[in-house]
Design a protein around this ligand. Structure first.
Ligand code: 3HC
Length: 712
């Protein structure tokens, strides 16, 4: 074994092949820092001079990760674009040396191979990857507001073609190894057990003069597009259009990445690298990138945070009981199987309902098969984990039961009573309520310490957030069990206070209600949605209401109104919609029409039900301000009440729960950016004009007075 003192790289000679292992000691993942770069250069220098080394086989020493990319902490410390450009150029130089290394290099990839990690692999001659779910390959840089700045914008399109490369780079996609193999990034896909042997053998073949023959997958037309400047111009134009439709110009990184790719393909590698480094430098110091990096670190921190001090170990959930086989129940059941691989037992009032729920849960697994996220074999195995009945048979073995029945306190209490008889004495009972306080559900329970809230968002399979809500009587192990299981389901979990609407519905309700007020005042439906999409939300509030369901919305507002009074008063505009059965997407009609699952246009008849006709209403800036400030005000008030434990949880919740624009960092960071004094001033003006629902809360007043912030 050879290594210099303190080096993260060690190597040993096996039949003329230097088997190099990269293992950054004391770190959970391998990352490419300045120090590692020097280390790499020194190691390759030594390998180059050693005549007994004919080829290199490169591996990670970490059990489940290859290289997670450049060290993010390092580049966020940079303050000028020039410094960041230099960092990028140094990374490019190092990988250029790897690419021009005098001896062939094969890499064996197992685990996350992301960003700079993939850029390193691309600089090597041959890539073998393990066919394992942990092996994730991609260039996620744009998700951090930057671009692949160590040659990725140049090497990937040269390897797999402009279209396929742009498809990955511009969306920051991370793919499984099988997909990376299909598109031609990976040369060989093998079982993890033989990764090392196959990679070493490839290195040996390369040393013997063998050169892999690569054929790009895809059609002739595709090849023609990628293969000449005119065709590529069409590709760039289409990519640009797509990016703008998705980002609305709010995220500069994908367009910059497009420019780096195009510049390199049209002017050659050297010019391309230069442009790539320049653009990397500019992006790395933008506010957008800072915000996105903060989100990355906040999400990472939440992976380890159980939301309570001294968290006890969670129960190991092997069987989950789900009561209520409707849309939410089946979503929870299907996602639990797909992500956590647990045995799931569903229960509803009668067998037809159970059958419908089972079919819907199964659809989640079918979808994974269709997308090739799981194999046929895995699909069959997972389907076998799903069962159901109209009685509680099988619930006696569940460590966790989640109820997703009708949002009615009495119904939920009844289910809890039944579970306390049917399940084990230590089974945790979680309610998927969106508004009802958990202590009310637990009232009269035999074991209130095991009752908790797990609020999932719809559709469960896709929405990344989970609110976990302990009541004052919930015991710590129930909290850790709920959080840990939510995480196994792939969710980011925030632990929030037991109060009506918890965090998300608390701040979402005023936002939706304000949209209703604006409708009544004559703003057109599409105009409200368009403005908020431009502001950065994935969909506008009216579309969101259609998605959530107007009946659900009405229920939520009712609970909030009862709890918090007049500022949550329901808007009359919505009641007529519910009465006439225009409940939103699920009913095939809401504010918009829906046919074959596709959103259509606004039905003008809706304005009759609202009781107003579009007449322009307030100015666009005023519309955005009203929707935004009413939300920020409620968010600040809820923070003051301790609804979320930290501003971090509140911001991540709003971003993952209802799509608050990530580039603005969340409502609380955005409030800090605007400044409390300005928000208070505007709220006072709005209150004078539109009523006391805009009256600034104490927290904002206090911040304004002391010039304080949520993130000091
Ligand atoms: N830089 C710095 N720290 C990183 C890191 C990186 N690229 N990737 C992961 N980490 C840290 C995390 O912050 C966390 O630190 P902590 O334990 O001190 O809190 C630790 O490694 C473990 O991370 P996770 O808890 O997230 O572990 P998981 O196993 O759940 O996930 C992962 C591993 C899939 C690698 C995930 O961490 C991830 O997605 N990382 C970021 C990947 C990325 O965005 N790479 C691109 C970086 S930018 C770049 O490469 C620029 C280049 O083009 C020049």
């Amino acid at each position: 074994m050879v290594s210099s003192a303190g080096s993260a790289l060690t190597w040993e000679l096996v039949d003329g092949v230097a088997v190099v292992t990269f293992d950054l000691k004391g770190e959970p993942v391998n990352k490419l820092s300045q120090v590692v770069k020097q280390d790499m250069l020194a190691t390759f220098e030594a390998l180059g001079h050693d005549a007994s080394v004919k080829a290199v086989a490169f591996f990670s020493g970490k059990p489940d990760s290859f290289i997670a990319g450049a060290d993010i902490e390092e580049f966020v410390k940079l303050t000028t674009a020039a410094e960041a450009e230099r960092l990028s150029a140094e990374g490019q130089e190092m990988l250029d040396r790897v690419a021009r290394f005098s001896k062939p290099i094969a890499v064996g990839i197992h685990g996350a191979c992301l960003g700079g990690g993939l850029e390193f692999a691309l600089a090597c001659g041959y890539r073998v990857a393990s066919d394992h779910p942990k092996t994730q390959i991609g260039l996620p840089e744009v998700q951090l507001g930057i671009l692949p700045g160590a040659g990725g914008c140049q090497r990937l399109p040269r390897l797999i073609g402009a279209r396929a490369a742009l498809d990955m780079i511009l969306a920051g996609k991370v793919e499984r190894a099988a997909k990376a193999f299909r598109v031609g990034i990976v040369d060989e896909l093998v079982h993890p057990a033989i990764l090392q042997d196959v990679t070493v053998a490839a290195a040996q073949r390369l040393a013997g003069g063998w050169r892999p023959r690569r054929r790009r997958p895809g059609s002739l037309v595709g090849a023609l597009l990628d293969g000449n400047p005119l065709g590529r111009r069409l590709v760039y134009r289409a990519a640009r259009k797509q990016v703008l439709a998705r980002t609305r110009g709010n995220y500069p990184a994908p367009l910059a990445a497009l420019e780096a790719v195009a510049h390199g393909l049209e002017h050659g590698m050297t010019e391309g690298l230069k442009r790539e480094a320049q653009l990397f430098g500019q992006l790395a110091v933008t506010d957008v990138s800072r915000k996105l990096v903060q989100i990355f670190f906040a999400t990472t921190a939440l992976k380890k945070d159980f939301g309570i001090p001294n968290p006890p170990p969670p129960a190991v959930v092997k069987r989950l009981g789900v009561v209520g086989a409707g849309f939410m129940g089946s979503g929870i059941a299907g996602t639990a199987i797909a992500q956590a691989g647990v045995d799931v037992r569903m229960k509803d009032a009668d067998l037809p309902r159970v059958a419908k729920g089972l079919a819907a849960a199964r659809e989640i697994l079918d979808d994974r098969l269709r997308r090739r996220h799981i194999t046929k074999y895995e699909h069959t195995r997972l389907i076998a984990l799903l069962s159901g009945d109209a009685s509680y048979t099988g619930f006696g073995r569940a460590e966790l039961v989640i109820e997703a029945v009708f949002e009615e306190l009495d119904v939920k209490r009844q289910v809890l009573r039944e579970i306390e008889t049917a399940a084990r004495p230590d089974t945790v009972f979680a309610s998927n309520t969106s508004t009802i306080p958990i202590h009310l559900i637990a009232e009269g329970a035999k074991r209130p310490e095991l009752v908790i809230g797990m609020h999932f968002f719809s559709p469960v399979a896709r929405m990344p957030l989970l609110e976990v809500i302990p009541s004052a009587r919930t015991a710590p192990p129930a909290v850790t069990t709920a959080v840990a299981f939510g995480r196994r389901m792939g969710k980011t979990a925030i632990v929030v206070k037991d109060s009506p609407g918890f965090w998300i519905n608390r701040i979402l309700t005023p936002y939706m209600n304000e949209a209703g007020h604006l409708l009544v005042e004559g703003v057109a439906i599409e105009e409200i949605d368009r403005l908020m999409v431009e502001f950065g939300f994935p969909v506008g509030p009216i579309t969101l209401l259609d998605e959530v369901g107007l009946d659900v919305g009405e229920k939520v507002v009712g609970v909030m109104h009862d709890a918090f009074g007049e500022r949550f008063a329901p808007v009359a505009a919505f009641a007529g919609m519910v009465k006439s059965g225009r409940l939103g997407r699920k009913a095939g009609k809401g504010f918009y029409t829906y046919a074959g699952g596709k959103k259509g246009s606004v039905d003008p008849a809706v304005y009759e039900l609202i009781g107003s006709q579009p007449n322009g209403g307030p100015r666009p800036a005023e519309i955005i301000q009203r929707l935004l400030f009413v939300t920020l005000n409620e968010a600040a008030r809820a923070v003051g009440e301790g609804i979320v434990r930290t501003p971090r949880d509140g911001d991540i919740g709003a971003i993952f729960g209802f799509g608050f624009p990530p580039f603005r960092g969340g409502p609380l960071r955005h409030a800090d950016d605007l400044g409390a004094a300005r928000i208070v001033g505007e709220l006072e003006r709005l209150a004078e004009r539109y009523g006391p629902r805009f009256a600034p809360c104490d927290v904002l007043r206090d911040h304004a007075q002391r010039n304080a912030k949520f993130y000091p």
